[in-house]
Design a protein around this ligand. Structure first.
Ligand SMILES: Cc1cc2nc3c(=O)[nH]c(=O)nc-3n(C[C@H](O)[C@H](O)[C@H](O)COP(=O)(O)OP(=O)(O)OC[C@H]3O[C@@H](n4cnc5c(N)ncnc54)[C@H](O)[C@@H]3O)c2cc1C
Length: 444
């Protein structure tokens, strides 16, 4: 019997997991062995991450177990640490093992996703140290814990300025993720106020900074105007054409030098390809650090290395890289599976072609905007459309039922305003004195 071809997929997120599923459908077990390497044994269903953080659904209900999703593929739960292209092997550190191993491959797929883009210090300082993010399950839970801490401290103080500072939440980046975060966070925090005797909804401030002249540049003009009005009516301040140049523990400095006291800064100002790619020797990278690919998903100049998803710049029919979205990665996967199968079986490769089907943005409080296949709607219908579409897209029936039940319960019952306490990070820097004494200790 001929030896099986080994296809190793780096990253089991949207791109990697859907690809593994497609490959194991196209290639028989006797023909190919598919191995996913990921640091987690699940991937995050990102469209539901903000809701999971803010308590409309249980956090684990926005995860998808990789083994269940792609049962015919093998999963290696490990941190990817290096690549030997000539030797056709990947270096990994299996979780908890503390030692490195090599995994050999015949074909390699790079699907390591993206990270939140942090600007250089001379453009905006203090982001890494003081800001919060929305990229991992931990980020979502830490932000919820942080909001609750801010409420607890605000309830315990009689100093009105300090109360205002503690309950001022700043979001930097007014595109889809930033707007989704501010919409959900505002709902969460204001609803929680009912439980605090010394805090009222009017003590809370939410500010979005967006450098572009308008928020939500990606959606059609009348929808973005509608969203801006809806958010402003709820008291959310939208500061456009301006950004933040310093983030501190207890304030931000705007690009026009104004100092604005706040307790929590959430950074959603863009994404960048996974920086690990730069450590994987021999991969062709573009100027943004993404995997440079040809239209058939092959890494430029390499015939056994492929890429898809956020970390790969795969040109579409218009020559521009396909955008970094889950809806793109999911539909790239079967095309790439066909090409890998063709390259193993001696067939011809096809050019990839996947476009954006639509944009849906939930704004919190049962409102949203949707622009999908020519249909442009806003308000409660758009919000219902968002929920309906993502419920259908949630993988596996059991998970769909869990999410639907969470949403149903959320309609009638108050959320649990509890800290999950999974990360001590959420406790950092809330009070001025604590910050000063901690940083003084660090310096000694
Ligand atoms: C809050 C939020 C909301 C979003 N909402 C939407 C939406 O509504 N619609 C939409 O189309 N898109 C949405 N997106 C974008 C979407 O999530 C991405 O485009 C999609 O996840 C890209 O898939 P991917 O496979 O390239 O990366 P990912 O899904 O991020 O997968 C990358 C995988 O690589 C693994 N990995 C990374 N580094 C290592 C390492 N060193 N070792 C081992 N494993 C590693 C990670 O654990 C992860 O599982 C959203 C993104 C965010 C952050």
């Amino acid at each position: 019997m001929a030896e099986r071809t080994r296809i190793v997929i780096l990253g089991g997120g949207f791109g990697g997991a859907y690809l593994a599923k497609a490959l194991t459908r196209r290639l028989g077990l006797s023909e190919a062995e598919v191995i996913i390497i990921d640091r987690n044994n699940y991937f995050i269903f990102y469209p539901l991450l903000v809701e999971a953080g803010c308590g409309s659904i249980e956090p684990r209900h926005c995860t998808v177990p990789i083994r269940e999703f792609a049962p015919k593929a093998e999963l290696l739960m490990a941190e990817i640490t290096g690549l030997d292209l000539d030797g056709k092997r990947v270096r990994v550190e299996c979780c908890g093992k503390g030692a490195e191993d090599w995994v050999e491959f015949d074909h390699l797929v790079v699907a390591l996703g993206s990270v939140t883009r942090i600007l250089p210090e001379h453009i905006c300082s203090g982001v890494k140290e003081h800001a919060f993010f929305m990229k991992t399950m931990g980020d979502a839970i830490v932000l919820r814990d942080r909001a609750i801490e801010a409420l607890e401290l605000a309830n315990a103080t009689d100093d009105p300025d300090e109360k205002k500072r503690l309950l001022h939440f700043v979001v930097v980046g007014g595109n889809v993720t930033g707007i989704e975060v501010v919409g959900e966070l505002e709902t969460f925090v204001r609803e929680a106020c009912a439980l605090y005797h010394n805090v009222s909804e009017s003590d809370c401030t939410f500010t979005v900074y967006e450098l572009a002249p308008e928020i939500l540049g990606i959606v059609p003009e009348h929808l973005r105007n509608w969203a801006a009005k809806a958010l402003t009516r709820r008291g959310i301040r939208l500061k456009t054409g301006i950004s933040v140049k310093e983030v501190h523990a207890d304030h931000v400095v705007q690009s026009d030098d104004e100092v604005v006291p706040c307790s929590t800064v959430i950074w959603t100002a863009g994404i960048a390809p996974n920086p690990l790619l730069k450590e994987l020797d021999g991969l062709p990278l573009n100027k943004f650090g993404g995997l440079e690919c040809t239209g058939d998903y092959r890494a430029a100049g390499l015939d056994h290395v492929w890429g898809l998803g956020d970390n790969a710049a795969v040109p579409g029919p218009d020559g521009k890289p396909m955008p970094p979205l889950a809806q793109i990665a999911i539909r790239q996967a079967p095309q790439l599976a066909d090409n890998i199968a063709a390259s193993i079986q001696g067939g011809s490769l096809k050019q990839g072609h996947v476009g954006v089907q639509g944009i849906l943005v939930p704004l919190g409080r049962h409102r949203g905007i949707a622009s999908i296949k020519g249909i442009k709607i806003h308000g409660i219908l758009a919000w219902m459309m968002w929920r309906g579409i993502y419920l259908m897209k949630t993988p596996r029936l059991g998970r769909r039922i869990r999410v639907a039940l969470d949403w149903f319960i959320d309609l009638f019952c108050r959320r649990d305003f509890v800290q999950l306490g999974l990360s001590p990070k959420s406790r950092r820097e809330l009070g001025h004195q604590k910050v000063e004494s901690e940083s003084a200790q660090e310096h000694h």
